[in-house]
Design a binder for this molecule. Structure first.
Ligand SMILES: Cc1ncc(COP(=O)(O)O)c(C=O)c1O
Length: 428
C-alpha cells in the first residue's frame, strides 16, 4: 500500500492516514482488492451503492444507453431518459419540476439558488423581501460554498469562514433508543425555530429524519411535522436535503414521506443512479417554477452544468428506480434485520445511544470526546478490515449502511466483526 505520486484523495490527511487500498473489482456487496482479498462494503461506498456493486440490470441499461445517446447539451435539446425520469420522480415526490445537476452538493446549491431567486423575483413584483435562511445545528449539505455556508461550521469549513454567508441556526433534537428527554429537546428546538421565523425567512433547509455526516443523528417524525407546520405558517420555503436519505434509505422511498412532510424543494443524489454515475437532481413545486416565467430576462434561472441530464446517468437512475419499485420490501424491511443485531450489540458496555432507521444502524463508542477526530473510529476501521469488513466511522460514531442486496450471512459478518473490533479496541 503506497500513495500514488499524482493523486489527491478526498477528505484525507496523508500525514496521519493509511494509504488507500487498491480495488480491482466490485460485485454485489463485495469489493475485490488487487491482492485478492475481499471486503464487505458495509457503508455502500459513501452511501451511494444502493442495490449492490455492478448491479446487472443497471449495468445493462447504461451499456444500452451508451450505444444510443451518451450526452447532448440540455439547453435546446431534450431526450426520453430525462423526460421519463422527471415524470417518475415528480409523481413519487409530489414536486412537479426537476432540475438536473452533478452531485449532492450541486443539488443543494440549485435548491438554495431557486429558493433565493424565487423570492428575488417575487420582490421584483412588489412582494416584501425575505433574506434570512435557516438551517439546523449539525447539518451537512456538501462541500461547495453555498452548501458549506448552510452546513454547521466545523473543521471542514473553518478555513473558508470569511467567505461563508450567515445563516440562522436551530438545534437538531436528535434521539436514540431509550432517550428520556427527546420531547423536551424538541420543544426547545421548536421555540428556537419560532423565534428565528419571526424574521422574514426565504427558506429553511433540513436533512429529513437523519443528519448523516454529523453522526447519523436521528429525529422523530413528529418533530419534522411540527417544523414543517411552522415553516409553512411563516410563509417560508422548506428544502429537504434527501441526498443521503432518499431512495429507501430510511425505510420509505423518501424520508419526507416517512415523516409526513411535503417540502417545496428536494435535493437528491447518491442512490439516485444506484451508485453508478454522478448525478444530482433538485425537485421543485410548480409554484416555484412559475415564479421564473416572465418576459423579463432577469427572472430566468441562469444556472446550468455541462453534463446536465446526462443520458447515461438518467438510464442508470431509471433502472435503479425499477429495482426499488419492484422490490419495495428490500428497503421497507431492512430495519427489522438490523434491530435484533443492534439490540445485542448495544448490550456491550462501551456501546452508547444506539439508533436504527431503515437501512442505517448507528451507535456511539464510550471512548472520550464525541468528535470526528476521535481516533477510536480509525482503530475500529482497521480491526474490521482485518476481518473482511469495510466501515468508515465518523469519529466515535460507528454505523452500518449496507446496500439493499446484502445477504443475511454478510450482515451477520458485519456485526460479528464490529463486536470483535470493539472488544479489541475498548476492552471491558
Ligand atoms: C445530506 C447531504 N447533502 C449533501 C451532500 C453532498 O453530496 P456530494 O458529496 O455528492 O456532493 C451529502 C454528502 O454526504 C449529504 O449527506
Amino acid at each position: 500500500m503506497t500513495w500514488h505520486p499524482h493523486l489527491w484523495h478526498p477528505t484525507t490527511q496523508v500525514a496521519s492516514s493509511d494509504p488507500p487500498l487498491q480495488v480491482r473489482a466490485a460485485h454485489g456487496c463485495e469489493l475485490e482488492l488487487a491482492d485478492g482479498r475481499r471486503l464487505i462494503d458495509a457503508i455502500s461506498s459513501w452511501w451511494v451503492t444502493l442495490h449492490g456493486h455492478a448491479e446487472p440490470s443497471i449495468a445493462a441499461a447504461v451499456a444500452r444507453q451508451a450505444k444510443q445517446l451518451e450526452q447532448v447539451i440540455f439547453a435546446n435539446f431534450s431526450h426520453a431518459p430525462a423526460e421519463e425520469l422527471a415524470t417518475r420522480l415528480s409523481a413519487l415526490s409530489g414536486l412537479q419540476r426537476l432540475f438536473f445537476s452533478d452531485n449532492g452538493s450541486t443539488a443543494v446549491e440549485v435548491a438554495l439558488k431557486i429558493a433565493w431567486q424565487w423570492w428575488h423575483n417575487q420582490e421584483c413584483q412588489g412582494v416584501s423581501p425575505r433574506r434570512q435562511l435557516i438551517a439546523f445545528n449539525g447539518a451537512y449539505h456538501g462541500d461547495t460554498f453555498g452548501a458549506m455556508a448552510l452546513g454547521e461550521r466545523s473543521l471542514f469549513t473553518a478555513a473558508y469562514e470569511p467567505l461563508l454567508f450567515g445563516v440562522a441556526r436551530v438545534d437538531w433534537p436528535h434521539t436514540h433508543w431509550g432517550d428520556p428527554d427527546a420531547e423536551a429537546r424538541e420543544q426547545q428546538a421548536l421555540q428556537q425555530l419560532e423565534r428565528a421565523l419571526a424574521t422574514p425567512t426565504a427558506a429553511v433547509i433540513l436533512e429529513p429524519l437523519i443528519q448523516g455526516a454529523s453522526g447519523m443523528r436521528v429525529v422523530r417524525p413528529a418533530f419534522l411535522r411540527a417544523v414543517a407546520e411552522r415553516v409553512q405558517a411563516a410563509g417560508a420555503l422548506l428544502i429537504a436535503d434527501e441526498v443521503f436519505t432518499g431512495f429507501g434509505r430510511t425505510g420509505a422511498l423518501f424520508a419526507s414521506q416517512k415523516a409526513g412532510i411535503q417540502p417545496d424543494l428536494m435535493a437528491l443524489s447518491k442512490g439516485l443512479t444506484g451508485g453508478f454515475l454522478p448525478m444530482g437532481v433538485t425537485l421543485a413545486s410548480e409554484r416555484l417554477y412559475q415564479g421564473f416565467i416572465s418576459e423579463q430576462p432577469s427572472a430566468t434561472f441562469f444556472h446550468g452544468h455541462s453534463f446536465t441530464a446526462n443520458p447515461l446517468g438518467c438510464a442508470a437512475a431509471l433502472a435503479s428506480l425499477d429495482l426499488l419499485q419492484h422490490n419495495p420490501e428490500r428497503f421497507q424491511t431492512f430495519e427489522q434485520r438490523h434491530t435484533p443485531r443492534l439490540e445485542a450489540l448495544s448490550q456491550h458496555p462501551k456501546v452508547l445511544r444506539p439508533r436504527c432507521l431503515g437501512t442505517m444502524a448507528a451507535f456511539e463508542l464510550d471512548a472520550g470526546e464525541s468528535s470526528y477526530l476521535n481516533p477510536v473510529g480509525k482503530r475500529i476501521q482497521r480491526h474490521c478490515l482485518e476481518q473482511g469488513v469495510y466501515l468508515r466511522p465518523l469519529g466515535n460514531v460507528v454505523y452500518l449502511l449496507p446496500p439493499l442486496g446484502m445477504g443475511e450471512g454478510q450482515l451477520e459478518q458485519c456485526y460479528a466483526a464490529l463486536e470483535r473490533a470493539i472488544d479489541a479496541v475498548l476492552p471491558g
